[in-house]
Design a protein around this ligand. Structure first.
Ligand code: IFM
Length: 458
């Protein structure tokens, strides 16, 4: 624990509301990812990703949609950067599309694909916005899937080469490199439950994929450190605090293993604690993929852990748990529970040696049905962000070194297997016209970012 941030933060009480004041250098920003916003799946030499292929398979995406146009960000990025600037947000987290940069998965670099990110980074910097690129946010080149995807060790090796190509081109302007986004979701949803690309359903594949994702992070980290020694190295993990549905031994055991798989499978080895052994045994993983030296590569120190938090989850041994009627939920049925973010952040800081944390995703899809004077009055999303920010503030006050908060998402966008139904944006996107209209939450967040403080409701 450190009190570095807490020492520069104060809270002052007003009449019956509290004013939460954040550290002056706190980073306020927003996040998106390539496949969810860019569109242009074959532009300038880009090859299909596993998501381009998955979307075309019958029954995979709730509304039958795909990422062909999405928010047309590839063509509209200059206006989008101006919008971020006008909102007063100082940081933008985006991801780089591997098949845009290395269409063959490994081998020659497609310079026109990389040119797009070069221009995006320049535009962000010119607008005074700090770029936070993520090298992998789920859009694996399809050609690598045909060679086994993340089940194959060679994919981790190819990732390191791709990372090197990107860092070689953009490294002079990037201060923080993030390797992967949410490897748990990649391995679990992609290889175990099949709800995400590539749609496989095998626990054995999921275990192999999980190790190769960790390895990809480690191998890319070596390249990043060598090419950009003054940059910070980061990974973004998602955390879903788990509660047993009841106190029965069966539910407690199921919750324990789910917690290990969902919340410790990546942070433990990266934090030097190795894989949770009892859960590996529980799933009969023989660790054949773990070669000598792998855990050392994976546990090389990082400078920053990106934390994605949306909800907590209740686990029962027989999968029968349902949230009680009246529980606050978002439009995807995820419980809204801000205190779990505060306790998560304290727990992470207690358990691991990571020097700093950044909230890299937090936000909510909401109904967005009330419109006044053309603007969506999303008081529910505003309250979600505000109440989670209050938890972040509390964790900083307790000494957790959290350097910023990036809202998910800047825009309404393609929500994977859910398609375009759920709207996470603080900025509305009219998919017919591609018009961007900031919602009430965007205006509120913009004001908070400019002032570095906000009042809690009285
Ligand atoms: O939209 C996703 C994002 O791509 C990764 N984290 C969770 C978000 C909401 O489901």
């Amino acid at each position: 624990m450190t009190n570095e941030s807490a020492s520069i933060m104060t809270t002052t009480a007003a009449t019956d509301a509290e004013e939460l004041v954040f550290p002056p250098d706190f980073i306020w920003g927003s996040a998106t990812s390539a496949f969810q916003v860019e569109g242009a799946p074959l532009a300038d030499g880009k090859a299909p990703s596993i998501w381009d292929v998955f979307c075309r398979q019958e029954g995979t995406i709730a509304d039958g949609s795909n990422g062909d146009i999405a928010c047309d960000h590839l063509n509209r990025f200059e206006d989008d950067v101006a919008l971020i600037r006008d909102l007063g947000l100082g940081a933008y987290r985006f991801s780089i599309s591997w098949p845009r940069v290395v269409p063959g998965g490994r081998g020659p670099v497609n310079q026109p694909g990389l040119d797009f990110y070069d221009r995006l980074v320049d535009a962000l910097l010119a607008a005074g916005i700090r770029p936070f690129p993520t090298l992998y946010h789920w859009d694996l080149p399809q050609v690598l899937q045909e060679g086994g995807g993340w089940v194959a060790r060679s994919t981790a090796e190819a990732f390191a080469d791709y990372a090197e190509a990107v860092v070689a081109r953009l490294g002079d302007r990037i201060d923080t490199w993030t390797t992967l986004n949410e490897p748990f979701v990649v391995a679990n949803h992609g290889y175990v439950t099949g709800e995400h690309a590539p749609g496989h359903t095998s626990m054995d594949e999921g275990m192999a994929a999980s190790h190769h994702l960790n390895l990809a992070h480690g191998l890319a980290g070596v390249r990043i450190r060598s090419l950009a020694p003054s940059a910070r190295l980061a990974i973004v993990l998602n955390f879903t605090p788990i509660e047993p549905a009841t106190e029965s031994p069966e539910d407690r055991e199921a919750a324990h293993h789910q917690h290990n798989l969902e919340n410790r499978w990546y942070s433990d080895p990266i934090g030097g604690l190795g894989y949770p052994d009892d859960t590996a045994d529980h799933h009969r993983w023989d660790r054949a993929e773990v070669l000598d030296g792998d855990l050392g590569l994976i546990s090389a120190p990082i400078d920053l852990l990106g934390v994605n938090y949306y909800t907590r989850s209740f686990v029962s041994a027989d999968d029968s748990f349902e949230l009680p009627e009246g529980t606050p939920v978002n439009t995807m049925g995820w419980e809204i529970h801000p205190p779990s973010l505060g306790s998560l952040l304290r727990d992470l800081d207690d358990r691991y040696p990571f020097p700093r944390y950044l909230i890299t995703e937090n936000g909510a899809p909401m109904p967005d049905q009330t419109r006044i004077d053309g603007r969506i009055e999303d008081d529910d999303r505003l309250a979600y962000i505000r109440d989670h920010l209050a938890q972040v503030h509390g964790a900083i006050a307790d000494g957790v070194p959290i350097e910023g908060y990036l809202v998910w998402s800047l825009f309404d966008n393609f929500e994977w297997a859910w398609g375009y139904g759920p709207r996470f944006g603080i900025v509305e996107v009219d998919y017919e016209t591609q018009q961007r209209i900031p919602k009430k939450s965007a205006e509120w967040f913009s004001q908070v970012a400019r002032r570095g403080r906000f009042a809690t409701p009285s």
